[in-house]
Design a protein around this ligand. Structure first.
Ligand code: FES
Length: 202
């Protein structure tokens, strides 16, 4: 992996985790990380767009990067994961993502059915919309997930139990009111995306 990425270099590797199915996405605390940088680096890291190599994220795995001090998940969904989205629509608060999703407008090419530009690549801010905890990856399905026998994979917030599907859509009867936001992002190539911008030339 080249060191031209704004996140995956040096100490910043601490903030990037590739989690296998059944593993746990590791995101170090953003504040200590930012505090460790020089002021100019800190400002850049806190607000600048982040270019990410997504080519090495295997199907069924996810990568976490930091953007604006927040974890952003990039999930490489398998066909089974994509198919699972339609199975849970009736259990979700906003299955078609009709409510506003935080401060962000959907990126160009956004498909509300999959909440992504490309069906297999999900990009979403990993901060619970209840009180801001970071949910944990729960990609194991069924009873093995420890959630319930019908679980098709997604995320569980450890603070108050909100659950989200593999498109970041929140389940009904949970404290979180809305889906996880999809940040601005654009494809620079098939294997590189820029998070924080909705156009290549922005
Ligand atoms: S912060 Fe996630 S459920 Fe409360």
């Amino acid at each position: 992996m080249s060191c031209d990425e704004k996140v995956d270099c040096g100490r910043r590797r601490l903030l990037v985790a590739t989690a296998t199915a059944g593993g746990v996405a590791t995101v170090a605390a953003a504040v200590p990380f930012l505090a460790s940088l020089a002021p100019s680096e800190r400002a850049k890291s806190a607000g600048a767009p982040v270019e990410v190599d997504i080519g090495k994220i295997a199907p069924g795995e996810m990568k976490t990067v930091e953007w604006r001090g927040k974890p952003v998940w990039i999930i490489h969904r398998t066909k089974e994961m994509i198919d699972s989205l339609r199975k849970v629509d009736d259990k979700l608060v906003d299955p078609k993502s009709e409510k506003a999703q935080g401060e962000f407008d959907p990126p160009p090419g956004f498909n509300p059915e999959t909440r992504s530009i490309k069906p297999e690549i999900m990009v979403v801010v990993g901060i619970c919309t209840h009180l801001g905890c970071s949910p944990s990856e729960k990609f194991k399905t069924g009873a093995e997930s420890g959630i319930d026998a019908d679980w098709v994979g997604g995320f569980l917030c450890p603070c108050h139990g909100s659950t989200f599907d593999l498109a970041g859509r929140v389940y009904k009867n949970k404290p979180a009111p809305t889906n996880l936001p999809v940040p601005p992002h654009v494809y620079l190539s098939d294997t590189r995306i820029m998070i924080g911008e909705n156009t290549k030339g922005a």
